[in-house]
Design a protein around this ligand. Structure first.
Ligand code: ADP
Length: 405
């Protein structure tokens, strides 16, 4: 029957909290619970400044309690993630447990989505393409944004992630590498502007607080973009290397949908912090997104998490409508054992702002729908930033720091 949120919450109620008589299930500790099949994750707050060993002990006690509760309903706990966050919601420690109960032997076809690393059609086998990849000079972190198929809002998420990071004071670049259907000229309002070449380098468009470059500005808008593999490879390499990015904290790359040549070129060329997978809640969209996530893993790129776009719609009557079945992408993230970065509602303003080339307006709406949208986008930005920081720590590139004030 699978583990439910209630099962997890009941289990947490058996684990002592930080203060006398409290439990982990009390509101002060548990912020978020997610559960599906044999997977569960929780987000907890604990004593500020508690040492890592104490947090690990708490996570361990939570794991034991949830595993026991899961066993009570004849379900193994295959994956359990505990995120400890501070008062600002920043993850300060993550404890991941996996493979605690080896799943019963199943024929390969019945394996859970996300398990295994079977080859992806059309992807040339290559032993970890990230192995030899270099850093891009002047760029601290590179985040790729991918999706299993077109139309799910991949470009929308990439753009708003870039603008959201810039609004927090970071130096951000956005590369529209969706060479088959570049949408950034419209979404950024670049109509009427031409790409400028200076000393054999492309000058990025500086707009909405970011530096952007798009294939859409290098070809005629009505020209059909049909690329063979080597051409796609060359175009991506040129766009990335010959743009004068300067110093960037983050470069966000909007990849073409699906799995293919551009992602492979990117993985071979540059060392990435990780990839964000965008998905709508429906089952059919999830299957494509799982394929995209597997591709990133196969390319040696860490999946930073999944964003559920078009998650729900709030009508003028104030009622929430789960048009596509809200929560599907969150479950998919659970199955893949990757973080869920947040849900973005279907919003008229988001579509209109994109068509008008004004992404800044997505963060400044003052009516209820506008505030809902900006909060959802800011949450995605915050979670993605957290996951980049955690990925850096895991790779050993950055050591954790503790500041005491
Ligand atoms: P993709 O890059 O996956 O092909 P886009 O980001 O171009 O998808 O989005 C496709 C269309 O859907 C665009 O017109 C965009 O404005 C619209 N759109 C995307 N996400 C939302 C949303 N949450 N609410 C309303 N419209 C959206």
């Amino acid at each position: 029957m699978g583990i439910s949120k209630d099962v997890v919450k009941r289990a947490l109620a058996t684990v002592p909290g930080a203060s006398e008589g409290s439990t982990l299930a009390s509101g002060d500790h548990v912020l978020w619970v997610s559960a599906c099949d044999s997977y569960a994750s929780v987000r907890l707050q604990w004593r500020p400044g508690a040492p890592a060993a104490e947090l690990e002990k708490v996570a361990d006690a939570a794991r034991l309690a949830v595993a026991k509760a899961a066993a009570g309903i004849d379900t193994p706990l295959d994956s359990f993630i505990v995120d400890f966050v501070d008062h600002a919601g920043t993850i300060v420690k993550q404890c991941k447990y996996g493979g605690m109960n080896p799943p019963p032997a199943k024929p390969a076809a019945a394996a859970p989505a996300g398990g295994g690393h079977e080859p992806i059609p059309g992807l040339k086998p290559s032993p970890n393409p990230q192995g030899k990849a270099q850093a891009l000079p002047g760029v601290k972190q590179i985040i790729a944004v991918g999706a299993g198929k077109g139309g799910v809002g991949k470009s929308t998420v990439a753009l708003n992630l870039a603008v959201g990071l810039a609004r927090q004071g970071h130096a951000v670049g956005l590369l529209d590498a969706d060479i088959y259907g570049p949408s950034m000229p419209t979404m950024l309002g670049l109509d009427g502007l031409d790409a400028i070449v200076r000393e054999k380098q492309l000058e990025p468009f500086c707009t909405h607080g970011i530096k952007a470059m798009t294939m859409g500005k290098l070809v005629a808008p009505d020209q059909p973009l049909i690329w063979r593999g080597p051409m796609a490879h060359g175009a991506f390499k040129q766009l990335t290397e010959q743009t004068n990015w300067g110093q960037l904290d983050y470069l966000v790359i909007d990849l073409p949908p699906g799995t293919g040549d551009v992602a492979l070129t990117m993985a071979q060329m540059m060392q990435l912090a990780g990839a964000v997978v965008v998905c709508t809640p429906q089952k059919v969209a999830q299957d494509d997104a799982v394929r995209a996530a597997k591709m990133f893993r196969q390319l040696g790129i860490e999946v930073l998490g999944v964003v559920e776009n078009m998650s729900y719609f709030v009508g003028d009557d104030g009622k929430t409508y789960d048009i596509f079945g809200r929560g599907g992408a969150e479950m998919m993230a659970q199955r893949l054992g990757v973080p869920f970065l947040g849900a973005i509602p279907i919003t008229m303003a988001l579509r209109a702002n994109s068509d008008e080339g004004n992404p800044t307006a997505n963060f400044t709406g003052t009516d209820p729908a506008g505030r809902r949208l900006s909060q959802a986008l800011e949450e995605v930005v915050r979670q993605a930033k957290n996951q980049v920081a955690l990925a850096q720590m895991r790779s050993g590139a950055v050591k954790p720091t503790l500041s005491i004030s």
